[in-house]
Write a protein that binds this ligand. Structure first.
Ligand code: SAM
Ligand code: DTB
Ligand code: SF4
Length: 347
C-alpha cells in the first residue's frame, strides 16, 4: 500500500509524468491494484437542476451568462422532476446522483429546495452529490445535515493559469469553499479540466494542489474540455490524448485512495482511449446521455464498453442488518447487474 503524501513537489510530480509511457502506466496500475479492484468502476449520473445565466465568467462554460452559447436557460427544477430523474438514473444502475446548478453560490431562498432534493434522493438509497458554486460554512452544514454525501467544487487548473480562465472568483475562494465542505463533514469531489491551453507544468500544478490538500478529495473528476460554440475556448487546440492519459496516471499515483473520474469529454474519446484511462487508474464515470448541458456517450455504448473490458459497476456497500429497505435496494442493484443491465463479460 502506498502511503498518502501531502508534500508533493512539482519537480517530483513532473519527473513521474515524464517517465516513458509504459513505466508510468505500470506504476499507476501497481498503485491502483493495491487500493482498488481494477475491474470495478463507480457510476454517477448528472442532472442540471438550474441551467444557464450564470454570473461567473469561466471561459470553458456554456452556462456562463457572459457568452452567447444559445443554451436554453432553466429555473430551478421542481422537486418532482429531480426525483423522477434520480429514479431513472437508479434504474439504469447509477449509484450516485449529482445535481449541478449554474450559480455563483446558492441564495438563501434556494436552500430549502435544494435541501429537500438532497433528502428525497438520499431516501431513495442513492449517494447524493451537489455542485452549487461557493458555499458559506452554514450552507455547507445545512447540506451535510440534510444528508448530502459529496460536494463537487473544482480547482479547475493550476493557480498560475487560473486567472486566464476565470476572473470573477479566486483560487482562494475555491479553497475556502472546499474547507467549509470538509468542516461540515462531507466528502469532497474536486478536480479540474485539461485541454484549455494550459502547459504541462499547469497540469502537474493542478494535481499537486489536489494531492497536497489537507485531506485528499475522495473523488477527483478529470474533465477533458468540451469545446462549446460561443465560449472563448471554442477554438482551443486539442490536447494530445497521451498527455491526458498521463495526467490520469499521475492523479492515480499521487492520490492512491481517491476515485479518479473520467469525466466530461468522453463523447470525443474512442473506446481505446477510455480503456487506456481505466488502465491508468480512472475508476469512475458519468453515466447517462447528458452531462449538465452537453452530450455524454449513450448508456448502451457504456454498457457495451464495460462488457468488452470486463468491467463491473461498483455497488453501494450496504450495512447489513441495519436497514432492511436499503438492504433490499442493494440486492436490487446487484440483481440488475446480473440481469444484464450491465452485461458481465467475465462470467
Ligand atoms: N456553478 C458551479 C461551479 O462552477 O462551481 C457548479 C457547476 S460547474 C458546470 C461544474 C464544473 O464543470 C466546473 O468546475 C468545470 O470543471 C466543469 N465544466 C464546465 N464546463 C465544462 C466544459 N465545457 N468542459 C469540461 N468541463 C466543464
Ligand atoms: C465535473 O467536474 N464535471 C461535471 C461535474 N463536475 C459537475 C460537469 C461537466 C460539465 C460539462 C459541460 C456541460 O455539460 O455543461
Ligand atoms: Fe457558472 Fe459553474 Fe459555469 Fe463557472 S462553471 S460559469 S460558475 S456554471
Amino acid at each position: 500500500m502506498s502511503a498518502i503524501r501531502h508534500d508533493w513537489t512539482r519537480e517530483q510530480a513532473l519527473a513521474l509524468l515524464k517517465q516513458p509511457f509504459s513505466d508510468l502506466m505500470f506504476q499507476a496500475q501497481q498503485v491502483h491494484r493495491a487500493h482498488f479492484d481494477p475491474n470495478r468502476v463507480q457510476v454517477s449520473t448528472l442532472l442540471s437542476i438550474k441551467t444557464g445565466a450564470c454570473p461567473e465568467d469561466c471561459k470553458y462554460c456554456p452556462q456562463s451568462g457572459h457568452y452567447n452559447t444559445e443554451l436554453e436557460k432553466e429555473k430551478l427544477l421542481d422537486i418532482e422532476k429531480v426525483v423522477a430523474e434520480a429514479q431513472a438514473a437508479r434504474a439504469k444502475g447509477a449509484t450516485r446522483f449529482c445535481m449541478g446548478a449554474a450559480w455563483r453560490s446558492p441564495r438563501a431562498k434556494d436552500m430549502p429546495y435544494v435541501l429537500d432534493m438532497v433528502k428525497q434522493v438520499k431516501d431513495m438509497g442513492m449517494e447524493t452529490c451537489m455542485t452549487l458554486g461557493m458555499l458559506e460554512d452554514d450552507q455547507a452544514q445545512a447540506l451535510a445535515d440534510a444528508g448530502l454525501d459529496y460536494y463537487n467544487h473544482n480547482l479547475d487548473t493550476s493557480p498560475e493559469f487560473y486567472g486566464e480562465i476565470i476572473t470573477t472568483r479566486t483560487y482562494q475562494d475555491r479553497l475556502e469553499t472546499l474547507g467549509n465542505v470538509r468542516k461540515a463533514g462531507m466528502k469532497v469531489c474536486c478536480g479540474g479540466i485539461l485541454g484549455m491551453g494550459e502547459s504541462e507544468n499547469d497540469r502537474v500544478g493542478l494535481l499537486v494542489q489536489l494531492a497536497n490538500l489537507p485531506e485528499q478529495p475522495e473523488s477527483v473528476p478529470i474533465n477533458m474540455l468540451v469545446k462549446v460554440a460561443g465560449t472563448p475556448l471554442e477554438q482551443e487546440a486539442d490536447l494530445n490524448p497521451f498527455d491526458f492519459i498521463r495526467s490520469v496516471a499521475l492523479a492515480r499515483i499521487m492520490m492512491p485512495e481517491s476515485h479518479v473520474r473520467l469525466s466530461a469529454g468522453r463523447e470525443n474519446m474512442n473506446e481505446q482511449m477510455q480503456a487506456l484511462a481505466f488502465l491508468a487508474g480512472a475508476n469512475s464515470i458519468f453515466y447517462g446521455e447528458k452531462l449538465l448541458t452537453t452530450a455524454n456517450p449513450e448508456a448502451d455504448s457504456d454498457r457495451q464498453l464495460f462488457a468488452t473490458l470486463g468491467i463491473q459497476p461498483e455497488q453501494l456497500s450496504v450495512d447489513h442488518g441495519e436497514d432492511a429497505e436499503l438492504d433490499h435496494l442493494g440486492q436490487r442493484l446487484r440483481d440488475q447487474a446480473s440481469a444484464g443491465r450491465f452485461y458481465n463479460a467475465v462470467n
